[in-house]
Design a protein around this ligand. Structure first.
Ligand SMILES: C[S@@+](CC[C@H](N)C(=O)[O-])C[C@H]1O[C@@H](n2cnc3c(N)ncnc32)[C@H](O)[C@@H]1O
Length: 247
């Protein structure tokens, strides 16, 4: 896992996120921003679903080799794709999951309208992202320790309430779960400690030490993870979507 993580432990997050989803064998699932594919392997093995492992930064050949080694290559398809230009059919998926990635592109007000097209009616969109207990705007800006640990990109961290509002206001999905992990920061720190000690890559070890220092300063005051799940409404229930389609 140390070798195949690109951020906070995605399998710990996925295990928790899975409590809010209903995944059944044979379902078609998009793993959006799957990194080195660990979550895709987990989804195939633990839930028996068919997975499209979609990723921008990692070559699909590299992920396919991992899917072969782990015996899931018949069930998991590696795809290179930018999140705004996905090569999928409309309504192709029963579920779209995104662990540790959605905040890179999904804070755009209009993104839900785009990604939702790939879900069947009744399908689930489920994300786990770094999150805050309070919005930065309410704090007057990014606290210095957060800026040194996560950079200005911390602007993409939001509360579960922020995500719920963004999604509900589209009228496209019903938000079925939106919660912060109460002690998410402790899991985040534990995983950084593991990586700081065991990663073969000095950049990862250094990044993990920097994150530990940020988390130790914060001590769960602001930082955690948000787990948000929405269910796509039937077209007849999508009050606002017809309005936006006509604009
Ligand atoms: C920190 S990594 C997390 C990867 C993996 N989920 C994990 O936890 O190990 C963030 C991921 O977001 C994806 N990503 C960032 N911007 C993206 C974009 N514009 N389109 C698609 N994927 C994007 C990257 O490809 C990357 O794998």
């Amino acid at each position: 896992m140390v070798d195949n993580c690109m951020g906070p432990n995605p399998l710990w997050l996925l295990e928790d996120l899975g409590r809010d989803c209903s995944l059944r064998p044979g379902m078609k699932v998009l793993d959006l921003g799957c990194g080195l594919g660990m979550t895709s392997i987990f989804l195939a093995r633990e839930y028996g679903v068919e997975v499209w492992a979609s990723e921008l930064w990692v070559a699909p050949e590299e992920n396919t080799a991992r899917f072969e080694q782990t015996g899931v290559v018949d069930q998991v398809h590696a795809v290179r794709a930018e999140a705004h230009d996905l090569p999928f059919e409309s309504e192709q998926f029963d579920a779209i999951l995104s662990v540790g990635s959605y905040h890179y592109f999904g804070t755009d007000d209009l993104y839900l309208g785009y990604i939702g097209k790939f879900l069947k009616a009744g399908g689930q969109l489920s994300i786990a992202v770094p999150s805050l207990h309070r919005e930065l705007r309410a704090l007057g800006g990014i606290p210095e320790y957060l800026r040194s640990g996560a950079g200005w990109e911390a602007l993409a961290f939001h509360t579960p309430e922020w995500w719920r509002f963004q999604w509900e206001q589209t009228g496209l999905v019903e938000v079925t779960a939106s919660r912060a992990q109460p002690d998410g920061w402790l899991d985040w720190k534990l995983w950084c400690e593991v990586c700081a000690e065991h990663s073969p890559n000095e950049l990862v070890r250094q990044g993990s030490r920097d994150t530990i220092s940020m988390l130790d300063t914060d001590r769960g005051e602001l930082l955690t993870f948000a787990l948000i799940t929405g269910q796509k409404k039937e077209p007849s229930e999508q009050y606002f979507s017809s309005m936006s389609a006509s604009l």
